[in-house]
Design a protein around this ligand. Structure first.
Ligand code: ATP
Ligand code: MG
Length: 421
């Protein structure tokens, strides 16, 4: 128990964190290029925010939330997705008073869902998400889809498909919902208990139910795309025109409705084919009424969430190499009782911003060398009696095996230059 992490959680160990950092830097770069700045919101929020924001007919709110009473008897929930918190921060700090849109992203944000753990499904996972508040044009939807697509395919991940759909708006969806409801009622006995339960309150969800029986039923259901009003239709067409203009391959998939209640118009998913079936790495869409629903102004918005573990999983399964940076660039070894001289040299190199280490465990010189090798150091520096006497140090370039004696007064310059090569 004591040495076992809770089910569905995962450590990122020191030897693996470079993979996360690589991904994070690519994500930061992509977001910055599109004018998005980082937002950080708390790991927990008032439960009501998610009930209101995410919607209480969703799987997330009905089954998956980590909710508890704190010592002040307040109902608190660990973030089950990123958008509601971002929208809450946007409202609380009146960010809508500044020129819009307000573009923000979050990175490695922990997300908690009580799910059955399996490959690509954790109880704590992390998301890279982007949100654009106050932009109604389809160009905003398109820039997010293109950014996510380029980010993932730019990592070398293949077999990526962009699936888009429009689920209309409160003007046109109710008409469709009525038709879908009566269709579902006709087939009630063939539907799973979940779909039956929510078919009156949220019939759309039957369209993306994973139960094969339900999937078969909805094959013949009326098509929402045929019922869009003019505004939703032209928005959807403009989105497609933007994607075509940038040669982004996409498909219209009218089974994608997304799990969250707040979506309007555009919804999309980026799906990859893996040996174990399809994997959704990114999902998002437009949520033009969320801000108002949370008590703010009537303000359109669009965004996505990308599962970082899923992206890392794909990098691994496709054997995409990420350069491992090594632990340090320089390692200082010493003979006899020259630990203090070695320590000084280590500090001097660190002051020159060279990643440097030395032995702290009393190893023999030979073992220090062996250990230096394991750290991936480019240079191994050695202090013996002669070197200390002459205020110099032996410098071995581990790439070439070349060795030189260098004066202590110039050694940091020699090392910083040498690393660049
Ligand atoms: P799924 O249909 O796979 O349950 P979802 O629709 O619940 O996904 P979103 O709410 O759209 O997922 O979350 C955005 C992204 O976060 C997903 O596309 C996925 O990459 C990732 N994600 C969601 N749930 C998990 C989880 N339990 N473990 C790991 N990653 C997850
Ligand atoms: Mg889910």
């Amino acid at each position: 128990m004591l040495t076992q992490a809770p089910r569905g959680t995962r450590d990122v160990l020191p030897q693996d964190s470079y993979r996360w950092q690589y991904l994070e830097s690519r994500m930061r770069q992509a977001a910055a290029e599109a004018g998005y700045r980082e937002v950080r919101t708390p790991v927990f929020e008032h439960t009501e925010l998610f009930q209101r924001g995410v919607g209480d007919t969703t799987d997330i709110v009905q089954k998956e939330m980590y909710t508890f009473l704190d010592k002040g008897e307040r109902s608190i929930t660990l973030k089950p997705e990123g958008t509601a918190g971002a929208a809450r921060a946007f409202l609380e700090s009146n960010l809508y008073a500044a020129p819009l849109p307000c573009k923000m992203y979050y990175l490695s944000a922990p997300v908690f869902r009580y799910e059955a753990p399996q490959a690509g499904r954790l109880r704590e996972h992390h998301q890279f998400g982007m949100e654009c508040f106050g932009a109604k044009d389809a160009t905003a939807d398109a820039e997010l889809i293109i950014l996510a697509y380029r980010l993932i395919s730019g990592l070398g991940i293949r077999n990526l498909s962009v699936n888009i759909n429009s689920i209309g708006c409160p003007e046109c969806r109710p008409r469709y919902n009525e038709m879908l409801k009566s269709f579902l009622h006709e087939h009630e006995t063939e539907l799973c208990p979940d779909c039956r339960n929510r078919m009156d309150r949220n019939p759309l969800r039957a369209l993306d139910c994973k139960n094969p029986q339900c999937q078969k039923v909805v094959e013949n259901a009326p098509r929402l795309l045929e019922w869009l009003d003019d505004d939703c239709r032209s928005h959807f067409e403009k989105l497609q025109a933007c994607l075509r203009a940038m040669d982004i391959p996409f498909q219209i998939n009218d089974r994608i409705v997304r799990g969250l209640d707040y979506y309007t118009k555009t919804v999309f998913e980026l799906i990859t084919k893996t040996e174990n079936g399809n994997l959704t790495v990114c999902g998002g869409g437009r949520y033009d009424h969320l801000v108002e629903q949370l008590g703010g102004p009537d303000l359109p918005a669009v965004g996505f969430g990308m599962g970082m573990e899923r992206v890392l999983m794909l990098l691994e399964s496709e054997h995409i190499q990420i350069e491992e940076p090594g632990v340090v660039d320089a390692f200082v070894t010493y003979m006899g009782d020259h630990a203090l001289e070695a320590f000084r040299l280590v500090q001097a190199l660190r002051e020159a911003h060279v990643r440097t280490d030395m032995d702290h465990t009393g190893r023999s010189l030979k073992a220090q060398f062996k250990y230096a090798n394991k750290t991936g150091a480019i240079f191994c520096l050695t202090l013996g009696d002669d070197e200390v006497q002459n205020r110099s140090v032996r410098v071995k370039d581990m790439r070439t095996g070349e060795e030189n004696t260098v004066g202590l007064d110039v050694v940091t310059g020699v090392i910083t230059d040498g690393i660049q090569r």
